[in-house]
Each structure stands twice: as C-alpha cells, then as structure tokens.
Design a protein around this ligand. Structure first.
Ligand SMILES: Cc1cc2nc3c(=O)[nH]c(=O)nc-3n(C[C@H](O)[C@H](O)[C@H](O)COP(=O)(O)O)c2cc1C
Length: 336
C-alpha cells in the first residue's frame, strides 16, 4: 500500500516538502496509533525484543537516526510507529537556517537520499524547552531520546569545543544519551574535527559539561563518517576507549559519490557502514556500545549489522521508501 502511495504521491513532491508533510502526519498519527493497536492494526512492542543498554530497556534494536526530528516535535509519534528510540538533532547552540534550498534530493533508482541541509535548527534553548515539556509527563520520561549536537556554521574550529559544551549544558538533563556529531559533510570543516587531536578536547569538554549539568553520568557517543580511512577509524576507537566514552555511532552520510552536492544515505552506504562497524568492534572490544546505521533496509541488513558488532541500530532513509510500517516490522522480525 505504502509503495503505491510513494510512487503516486510522495516521489512527485519536492523532498523537503514531503519531509514536512510527513512530520505533520506523524504528529497527528501519534494520537491514532494507540487506537490502531486496540483494534490490532499496529503491532505492540514484544517484550522478548528488549535490548538493555546503559540500564535502559530499548523495545528493540532499531531507532530513528538523527536528521528527521531536528525540532523535537515527533518523538512520541515515531516511537509509537515502532522505533525503540529517537535521536533528535543535530542541534547547535544558536538557531541557524541551514543551507539554501533545494538541499535534499531522492535518488529513487538507488532508494537513496542526498542532502546538504547544513544543520537547520532552532537552537539549543528551544530544543531544551521542548524536551523539558516532553519529560514533564510520566509517559514522556519513559521514551528513550538521544540528543545529537553540533557546532554552528560560523563557529571557527578552534572554538568548536565551547559550542559542543554549550549544547551539552543545555540538553544533557533531558537526554538518555548524547551524540557528538563531527561527521556531517554539510558544515564546512566539521569533519576535520574527527582528527583525534581536535576530537579529544571536544569530547572532554562535552563530557564535563554534560555530567555537571545533568548531575549524573550521561552516556556520551561520537558519530563518525564512512569516508574515514581505516587507520582513522581505529584511531577514533582507541580515543573512545581512552576517554571511557560509552560508544560510537557509525555511520553518517557519505561524500563518496558523483551524484551532485551533499551526503548520500541509504543502500549505497551499507557495505562501508558494515565494514566500519566491524572495524570499530575489533578495536573497541566487547563493552562500548556501537549504534550501527547506513542503508539498513531489510531484516538481513539489520542482522548483518548486529553480527558485525552493533549493539543498537538506527535508520532514516528506509523509512522514506518503506513507509510507516517499516520500523515495527523490522523490530518484530529481529525479535523472532
Ligand atoms: C535528510 C537527512 C538529514 C540528516 N541530518 C542529519 C543530522 O542533522 N545529523 C546527523 O548526525 N545525521 C544526519 N543524517 C544522517 C542520518 O542520521 C544517518 O546517519 C544516515 O542517513 C545513514 O542512515 P540511513 O542510510 O538509514 O539513512 C541525515 C540524513 C538525511 C537523509
């Protein structure tokens, strides 16, 4: 059914317009899902699928990756759809408009998406306000929310640590885990912060700010690009161990393509994402969490990513092509 809707309607709409339409539907749909569940039209989470990480019970491995909900508007709706968690963001200290439009394109034959959004978001204060509202209710406190943070476009690299720390101070009290994003290709110079000498002070400052603000240890992860050389992946894994970080997210979008500007997500990313996850696991050893993502679509993809060493999974692009039943279907299949 969704495939028909996609080919008749969704693929004819400009990508960003469809994105906003989707977010609106999810906000409305979050109130309809419990009714659908009552008449057995939507699957309920299966307790056998629970993954326990950092003392939290994830109702399945698959969560929603960063970039879909930059304004903390659809956490409840996406979790009711079947994701076990939602990572909001990327959020920067100050609001910024992002790059000029158009800035997102569907690559339909590849079932992929290309984007150069550039961290359009309303800033840390607005996000903190919305998260505080979500966390006010008991049901809102039960939702597992990761918060992905970045630096403003105008912030020079030498001041980046202060941007990440500012976001951590504002947002850590509401986050189940925090993710330092140094891997989006659409903020000039951001990916250079993956070099360990640049990354170490950023992660140290973020850790201190997050834990001081939340009054407890907040799980801290770093999100990396698929385009890193293997030796740089290894170096980041060693840094993560050295600093005692809780984990790594792999991977962000790739710039290794010739389709036009922006980072590519979806199936073309999968083989390298899998390789990076396996490599990270070899160097990290068994303990730190790896959240694997990049083109996960089928149950086989998800299983391969878990077998490569991922603890949890995330997806974004497959939701566009497979529709709202996809997360629940995948999490249920992984339980079986
Ligand atoms: C339109 C779009 C916007 C994105 N924005 C962000 C972002 O703001 N921050 C981030 O860390 N990743 C962002 N991503 C990357 C995803 O979180 C994910 O790492 C990537 O798309 C690979 O997963 P997928 O193939 O399942 O989509 C974005 C992806 C897309 C398609």
């Amino acid at each position: 059914m969704y495939r028909l809707i996609f080919s008749l309607v969704v693929r004819r709409l400009p990508t960003e317009f469809a994105h906003h339409g989707w977010l609106l539907l999810v906000r409305c749909g979050s109130w309809i899902a419990p009714l659908l569940r009552k008449v057995r039209l939507a699957p309920s989470p299966d307790p056998r699928g629970v993954v326990r990480v950092w003392g939290l019970d994830f109702a399945g491995p698959l969560g929603l990756a960063a970039g879909m909900d930059k304004h903390v508007a659809t956490v409840r709706g996406h979790i009711r759809m079947g994701f076990s968690h939602v990572e909001v963001g990327t959020i920067t200290p100050k609001a910024q408009p992002g790059n000029e439009k158009p800035r997102a394109w569907r690559e339909v034959p590849l079932r992929a998406v290309r984007n150069r959004m550039g961290f359009n978001n309303k800033g840390a204060e607005a996000a903190a306000h919305r998260l505080a509202r979500l966390r006010k209710s008991r049901s809102g406190r039960c939702l597992i929310v990761g918060v992905n943070i970045g630096k403003n476009r105008v912030t020079p690299p030498e001041a980046a640590a202060a941007d990440y720390a500012a976001c951590a101070t504002a947002l850590a009290p509401y986050a189940d885990f925090l993710v330092v994003n140094v891997s989006s290709p659409n903020t000039p110079g951001l990916r250079d912060l993956q070099a360990v000498e640049a990354l170490r002070p950023i992660l140290t400052a973020t850790r201190e700010a997050a834990d001081a603000s939340a009054g407890k240890r907040v799980p801290l992860l770093v999100k990396i690009a698929p385009d890193l050389a293997d030796k740089d992946v290894d170096a980041i894994a060693r840094l993560v161990k050295d600093l005692g970080l809780e984990g790594v997210e792999a991977t962000n979008t790739t710039i290794s393509h010739d389709l036009g500007p922006g980072g590519l997500s979806g199936p073309p990313l999968f083989p390298r994402a899998l390789e990076v996850v396996a490599r990270l696991r070899r160097v990290l050893g068994p303990d730190p969490v790896i959240i694997g993502m990049g083109g996960i679509t089928s149950v086989e993809d998800a299983k391969a990513m878990l077998d490569a060493g991922a603890t949890l999974l995330q997806g974004y692009t497959a939701l566009i092509y497979e529709g709202p039943a996809w997360p629940g279907r995948l999490n249920s299949a992984l339980t079986r």
